[in-house]
Design a protein around this ligand. Structure first.
Ligand code: KIV
Length: 296
């Protein structure tokens, strides 16, 4: 498999191309992005799916969990990402409460992510029990990504962020969830926080592409939260997080250097300042001289 170099023209990723990728055994790449600049860099680096995850509640907005983030907050970030993304498939998370009240409300909230946010698919947490709702949303021409396993919007029901599917009953439930989503026609299934063996069984069982996060290497693709790979999460990273850069150090060093230059008078220099045009400068000098003469 060859990687297209950064800057070269790329193919637009669609839901159909995700299926093609798995047929050709090409791993699917996915990262979260929540703002214009980051989304541009992620898109230009050739990532297949950009997910405006509700993890932005924590990474961007500083909330304790994902439960508090609103549709309007999610839309605000989705719109910014839309303006940046050219080739990746843009998926937006439907936040907690936006699809739990009634199917009609869920469809109209999902439509907002397509119409106002410019997303190409919405992501919904939950398996078997969400299958009928997901069918309704897909019937409204809105592609849906599924998300099962450790689903952060269920943190209170799960009594914490715990790896799911560690017992035989848990495995059976996860298999039923995956099959229900597969039959409902989701675009892909995110598998979060489940044992590698279970993710491998699900991936072998369903025809829908699986995208893992803390679900081992046998998934059809992998997703990570961009703040985690850049060391911007201010906490202890989960076991599955691999750090690919240190944006915290980069930002901190740059900010300290700026502060030191301002405090010591080294910023800005003459070269970093604007200057008057020659004629204005000499006219100004004449005016100032005249003023000085009058004062004397
Ligand atoms: O919100 C998010 O970032 C997610 C991914 C971790 C899958 O749902």
């Amino acid at each position: 498999m060859s990687l297209t170099p950064i800057g070269e023209p790329r193919q637009k990723i669609t839901i159909a191309s995700l299926r093609e990728k798995i047929l050709h055994r090409e791993p699917i790449t996915c990262l979260t992005a929540y703002d214009y600049a980051t989304a541009r860099l992620v898109d230009e680096a050739g990532i297949d799916i950009i997910l405006v995850g509700d993890s932005l509640a924590q990474t961007m907005l500083g909330y304790d969990n994902t439960l508090t983030v609103t549709i309007d907050e999610m839309l605000h970030h989705t719109k910014a990402v839309r303006r940046a993304v050219k080739n990746a498939l843009l998926v937006a998370d439907m936040p907690f409460g936006s699809y739990h009240v009634s199917p009609d409300e869920a469809v109209s909230n999902a439509a907002r992510f397509i119409k106002e946010g410019g997303a190409e698919a919405v992501k919904i947490e939950g398996g078997e029990k969400r299958a009928d709702l997901i069918r309704r949303i897909i019937d409204a021409e809105i592609p849906v990504a599924g998300h099962i396993g450790l689903t952060p919007q269920s943190v209170n029901v799960m009594s914490g962020y715990k790896v799911q599917g560690k017992t035989l009953t848990g495995i059976e439930q996860l298999m039923r969830d995956a099959v229900a989503l597969d039959r409902a026609g989701v675009a892909c299934i995110y598998l979060e926080g489940i044992p590698r063996e279970v993710a491998a069984m699900i991936t072998a069982e369903v025809s829908t592409p699986t995208i893992g996060i803390g679900a081992g290497p046998e998934c059809d693709g992998q997703v990570l939260v961009i703040h985690d790979i850049l060391n911007l999460n201010f906490g202890t990273p989960a076991k599955f997080v691999r750090r690919y850069g240190d944006a915290a150090a980069l930002i901190s060093d740059a900010v300290q250097a700026f502060r030191a230059d301002v405090v010591s008078g080294q910023y800005p220099s003459d070269g970093e300042s604007y200057h008057l045009p020659k004629e204005t400068r000499s006219a100004l000098d004449t005016v100032l001289e005249r003023k000085r003469g009058i004062r004397r």
